[in-house]
Design a protein around this ligand. Structure first.
Ligand SMILES: [Zn+2]
Length: 141
């Protein structure tokens, strides 16, 4: 995850200004894809003046399955500026309940409330052998 964050910091200088946020080791690597989307959307939707005031401080995992991006807006900020940032951060945090924790792939329209969300490809590598055997038996019963 640290490598993914460093890549984000260097590819989005307007957002990070060369400063890495604190990232919890509990944040799964698949969510770096969501952070990448967040950076793109912020750059597209925020004015240069809003981005100049933005500082992303902390990236953590809340209640096991939610991405939490803590940020600060320094100086004088209009309600419109505050709302734009808040709206984008909230939306991307919400997306993590639809995304594989390994690769970040979007996996369907209903939010998952379990702590390990995996796409079809990664669920097979994560299941213990005994569980795979039961799955096969259930499927053939
Ligand atoms: Zn996956």
């Amino acid at each position: 995850m640290q490598n993914a964050i460093e890549t984000l910091v260097t590819s989005h200088p307007k957002i990070f200004k060369g400063k890495s946020p604190k990232v919890s080791p509990l944040v799964p690597v698949g969510w770096s894809k969501l952070l990448k989307i967040l950076c793109k959307v912020l750059e597209e939707e925020c004015t240069a003046s809003t981005l100049a005031k933005l500082e992303i401080i902390n990236i953590t995992r809340r209640l096991r399955c939610f991405l939490k991006v803590e940020y600060k807006l320094k100086g004088k900020v209009s309600p419109q500026q505050a709302w734009t940032v808040r709206d984008k951060v909230f939306s991307v945090s919400h997306l993590c309940t639809y995304s594989c924790v390994v690769c970040g792939e979007y996996i369907g329209d209903s939010p998952k409330s379990i702590s390990m969300i995996l796409c079809e490809k990664h669920i097979h590598s994560a299941l213990p052998a005994s569980l795979k055997m039961f799955r096969r038996r259930v499927a053939s019963a």
